[in-house]
Design a protein around this ligand. Structure first.
Ligand SMILES: NC(=O)c1ccc[n+]([C@@H]2O[C@H](COP(=O)([O-])OP(=O)(O)OC[C@H]3O[C@@H](n4cnc5c(N)ncnc54)[C@H](O)[C@@H]3O)[C@@H](O)[C@H]2O)c1
Length: 346
């Protein structure tokens, strides 16, 4: 199968590209190379015979038409997006332009390509989305695929909009789509503006490790390579028009998570005293959702998928990776906004 992966130079997209190539699939990686992209993420597969790269913005419809007609993929996995909630608070416009208008463009380009191909029923448009579209949970309950949409940040509202567009293109035009909504990812190649890499890098730098609010916000953590595996499974075996929630079955409060990371660092990169002493509570993010949790019943029962690692195992692998790959993250520290507090919306 030849898969067009959008956003394949980002964190999750690159994990999908690496895994798909390792399984013998052909991949066209389409990415605009924004501040969040890093071609080093796919350096290990760049010379593989089935790999091609196209620097294209999903807001550029003629360029999308050209890529589809040149490469003739069997499927599209759409991950390109603006993905950082804090940045969406400071500058929502690009989130609407890329996540909403860009997805609209890609759907239209895909529809025209699929029509031109004779509407092959085996074609797939897989939209990769987030559990944040469902809003915030109290202490009990989990998001199912039937949970009502209730996005509360510009980021999650833009992703909710793109989910609705994808479903509408299926219902109205018959485009063979599948959707996935997953929980917080972590693992190798995570851009150093997100919680887990920030904690590791601040700890190693001997700087305060920031925790928003009181650290009680709960997330369900999913190891990125497990997520990539689930995405390829849904692409191949998911039912057309259906959505699947993907979770790590690993709920943790932010404070618990950060303390676990500090304990792992104490063991793997010992110093005088504990990294936990660097934990510092800072002003909360406005509209910070209290809790996300995924009910994984559908993907488990219908497709037989479960995560392969616990959060403890995944965090150990992740810390090891950051300790062994300093060149990768050091090169990103100069990028715009990295290391600065964003999203305070004063
Ligand atoms: N990271 C998470 O925890 C998480 C959780 C659930 C869902 N998601 C979703 O998964 C997808 C990938 O997330 P990520 O964390 O890998 O994001 P990321 O920010 O690491 O990567 C996004 C990639 O998209 C590219 N991109 C951005 N705008 C583009 C445009 N206009 N045209 C072409 N390419 C563009 C960037 O250059 C980058 O390589 C996103 O759709 C996100 O909403 C992420």
């Amino acid at each position: 199968m030849k898969i067009l992966v959008t956003g394949g130079a980002g964190f999750i997209g690159s994990a999908v590209v690496r895994l798909a190539i390792s399984r013998g699939q052909e991949v066209v990686n389409l990415d605009a190379l924004t501040y969040a992209a890093c071609l080093d993420n796919v350096a290990s597969v760049a010379d593989a015979p089935g790999y091609a790269f196209e620097q294209v913005d999903i807001r550029d419809r003629p360029a999308l038409d050209r890529v589809l007609s040149d490469h003739r993929p069997d499927a599209i996995m759409h991950l390109a997006a603006e993905s950082h909630v804090d940045r969406s608070i400071d500058g929502p416009a690009t989130f609407i332009e890329t996540n909403v208008m860009g997805t609209f463009n890609l759907l239209e380009a895909a529809r025209s390509y699929w029509d031109g191909q004779g509407r092959d029923p085996a074609f797939r448009f897989h939209h990769i989305s987030t559990d944040e579209v469902f809003g915030s949970l109290g202490p009990e309950g989990q998001f199912t695929e039937e949970s009502p949409y209730d996005p509360r940040s510009p980021y999650s509202a833009s992703k909710a909009s793109s989910d609705h567009l994808v479903r509408a293109w299926h219902e109205t035009y018959g485009l063979p789509v599948v959707l996935t909504n997953c929980s917080n990812n972590y693992g190798p190649y995570h851009f150093p503006e997100k919680l887990i890499p920030i904690v590791i890098l601040k700890a190693l730098a001997g700087e305060p490790i920031p925790i928003y609010g009181d650290g009680s916000n709960v997330r369900d953590w999913l190891y990125v390579e497990d997520h990539a595996d689930a995405l390829l499974l849904v692409l191949e075996e998911g039912a057309i028009g259906r959505s699947y929630n993907i979770g790590g079955e690993n709920e943790r409060s932010n404070l618990d998570l950060v303390r676990t990371l500090c304990t792992i660092l104490d063991r793997m990169a010992p110093k005088e005293g504990s990294y936990g002493d660097q934990i510092t509570f800072v002003a909360d993010r406005p509209g910070h959702d209290a809790r996300y949790a995924i009910d994984p019943t559908r993907i488990r029962d219908e497709l037989g998928w479960r995560p392969s690692v616990t959060v403890e195992e995944g965090l150990e692998k992740t810390v090891r990776w950051y300790l062994d790959n300093r060149d990768w993250w050091q090169a990103l520290l100069d990028r715009d906004g990295v290391g600065r507090r964003l999203g305070r919306a004063s």
